[in-house]
Design a protein around this ligand. Structure first.
Ligand SMILES: *[C@@H]1O[C@H](CO)[C@@H](O)[C@H](O)[C@H]1NC(C)=O
Length: 282
């Protein structure tokens, strides 16, 4: 030990000794420090134990069971049959107030017993609205708790139609097809077009707007909701998991289709164009 180490100025604990007063106060401080450490330790252990027990459950807002994606993808691998209408699930973004009139659009293309899917509304239309033939309705799951700076509440709700539809858990779905309540589909043509793409991969199919101004504003690589768009099963699964977070991140976007596009972008998937998805701008 060198003589210098005895010089007070070189004592590394000198500063501490100045701050912490001696005797009783110091003892009290040590005790409370130990108590605090013990509390933190106990809390950490409890938290670790809690996480271990609850690691299998979803966060609060995923109160419904997630469909078993492994099961579906295993089925896909053993099924090389061509895609037909039975492999599509339609999710229409509607509104309770206008649905009685708008339902006429879906009546044009809905084929009872062949097409599957739902129109998503704010609440059950009740009366004649809920018992009518054609596409059945479902109430959108909780959508009001998300941040929203621009656009309507409906934009957030309708952005979640894909996730709501996915979570219904319809069996044997290869493609989830979303559209507005006035979108007109040709289900057989649609099945043929989607059959050209690999539903085992993450695929986002649609078309941009016929309005250049809209394309410049929202993006040429965005599928415009009015023309309908489709996501493959694996992408729908990822989207369902990511969507709620995306909605809070992209609260400053205008439309529902833009919110979906942003979230799919985060997943690293670009738009696959099919000119048959055609948004008419008026
Ligand atoms: C659609 O394809 C499935 C096989 O994946 C087949 O069982 C079913 O009969 C087909 N439906 C139609 C309408 O062709």
């Amino acid at each position: 030990m060198s003589p210098e180490s005895n010089i007070p100025g070189h004592d590394p604990f000198k500063a501490l000794k100045l701050i912490i007063p001696k005797d009783k106060t110091r003892d009290a401080l040590t005790i409370s420090l130990k108590a605090a450490m013990a509390t933190i330790l106990i809390l950490s252990i409890s938290l670790a134990a809690f996480s271990a027990v609850y690691s299998q459950t979803q966060p609060d807002f995923f109160t419904w069971p997630e469909p078993d994606t492994d099961l579906y993808t295993a089925l896909f691998d053993s099924d090389d049959s061509p895609t037909n209408v039975s492999h599509l699930a339609f999710g229409i973004g509607g509104s309770t107030a206008t649905w009685p009139k708008r339902a006429r659009y879906s009546d044009l293309w809905w084929e009872a017993g062949a097409t599957r899917g739902y129109v998503f509304l704010e609440k059950d239309p009740g009366g004649s609205g809920s018992g009518r033939p054609g596409i059945g309705n479902r109430v959108s799951s909780e959508w009001r708790r998300f941040r929203r700076k621009v656009g309507s509440e409906a934009a957030v709700r309708i952005a979640r139609v894909g996730s709501d539809l996915f979570r219904v858990g319809l069996p044997g779905v290869r493609w989830f097809v979303m559209g507005d309540d006035d979108t007109v589909f040709f289900p057989e043509n649609l099945a043929a077009v989607l059959g050209r793409h690999d539903h085992r991969r993450m695929v986002y199919v649609g078309g941009n707007s016929e309005s250049v101004e809209q394309d410049v504003m929202h993006g040429y690589d965005m599928a415009f909701g009015g023309g309908g768009f489709a996501v493959s099963y694996p992408l729908a699964a990822e989207l369902a998991a990511a969507m709620d977070g995306c909605l809070n991140r992209y609260h400053y976007f205008y439309g529902s289709d833009q919110r979906v596009w942003a979230c799919i972008g985060e997943l690293g998937v670009g738009l696959t164009r099919e000119p048959g998805f055609h948004q008419v701008f008026s």
